[in-house]
Design a protein around this ligand. Structure first.
Ligand SMILES: Nc1ncnc2c1ncn2[C@@H]1O[C@H](COP(=O)(O)OP(=O)(O)OP(=O)(O)O)[C@@H](O)[C@H]1O
Ligand SMILES: [Mg+2]
Length: 270
């Protein structure tokens, strides 16, 4: 989505002055987030990068309602009656081991009382797009790591939430699987135009997927920079990597992030 197209959209997520302090039993409290302000537009794909421990997951957990901010608030302004506000894909695997792939994908729909016929249709659609049709009746322990993450992504989209929150969903996967899943995610997202917030440590991934990239500072996490990713869509992830604009953006983000990673390292050593 181009910058001006984005600004014409309505607001989907408003983050107002959020700070988060975790009490600590041994030592000083941990200030994870410090005065975060952010607006995400409807249909926007926002990627977040920042050093390890800077509060990225904490921010997403606050948006998911899994954590309370110490000050400030986060509001999702595009809720739909009868639909969930958000679905989260976690950094670690989070499937129910006792449910089949299909039952994991339809879990949220079942909880909402969606009819069996409709659940089946939705699950079949997302299982097909994520290449899991043959594994619909398998259990998570019978799948590879990449397949489990595909189930998590299929489940999140099947749930049809107002916003999608993805916390390094492909972080633990090998490079080849990751690129394939990124391409699948892009395809599904382009078909649904869901508002999405996606945490990653990979600048390549952020540039391939995002409309904007938010760079966070070392802890306490603040908004350091927000960059528009003006690469045309639909994107072919292998093609855009060789474009001069991609390389420009990569360098800008890398230098911004590098400074923060070095600060975080220095803090760890002291
Ligand atoms: N429940 C908690 N209790 C105490 N401290 C916490 C809790 N959750 C997170 N923290 C602390 O808050 C800080 C931010 O953690 P968070 O998980 O948000 O970082 P992150 O940016 O997601 O890191 P990573 O990139 O490694 O996943 C860290 O110092 C962490 O130790
Ligand atoms: Mg995290």
């Amino acid at each position: 989505m181009e910058n001006n197209a984005l600004s014409a959209k309505r607001d989907a997520i408003l983050v107002n002055n959020i700070s988060k302090v975790f009490p600590s039993r041994c030592g000083d409290p941990v200030v994870a987030l410090d005065n975060i302000n952010l607006t995400v537009k409807e249909g926007e794909f926002l990627c977040i990068v920042g050093p390890s421990g800077c509060g990225k997951s904490t921010l997403l957990r606050i948006l998911a309602g899994l954590e309370e901010p110490t000050t400030g608030d986060a509001v999702v302004t595009i809720k739909e009656e009868g639909k969930p506000v958000n679905s989260m894909v976690f950094q670690e695997q989070s499937l129910f081991p006792w449910y089949t792939v299909k039952d994991n994908v339809t879990y949220g729909l079942t909880m909402r009382g969606v009819s069996k016929k409709e659940r089946e249709q939705i699950a079949d659609h997302y299982l097909k797009i994520t290449g899991l049709t043959k594994f619909a009746h398998a259990y998570p322990h019978q799948l590879s790591g990449g397949m489990k993450q595909r189930v998590s992504v299929a489940r999140a989209f099947a749930n049809d939430p107002a916003i999608l929150l993805l916390d390094e969903p492909f972080g633990s996967l090998d490079e080849q699987t990751r690129v394939l899943l990124q391409q699948e995610l892009l395809k599904i997202w382009e078909g649904t135009q869901k508002t999405a917030m996606f945490i990653t440590h990979s600048i390549d991934e952020a540039l391939g997927l995002g409309d904007r990239v938010l760079v966070m500072t070392a802890r306490p996490g603040k908004v350091k920079a927000i960059l528009d990713i003006d690469l045309p869509r639909p994107r072919d992830l292998t093609v855009i990597r060789s474009q001069p604009r991609f390389l420009d953006l990569f360098h800008t983000i890398w230098f911004s992030l590098r400074e923060e990673v070095l600060k975080a390292r220095a803090e760890e050593i002291n």
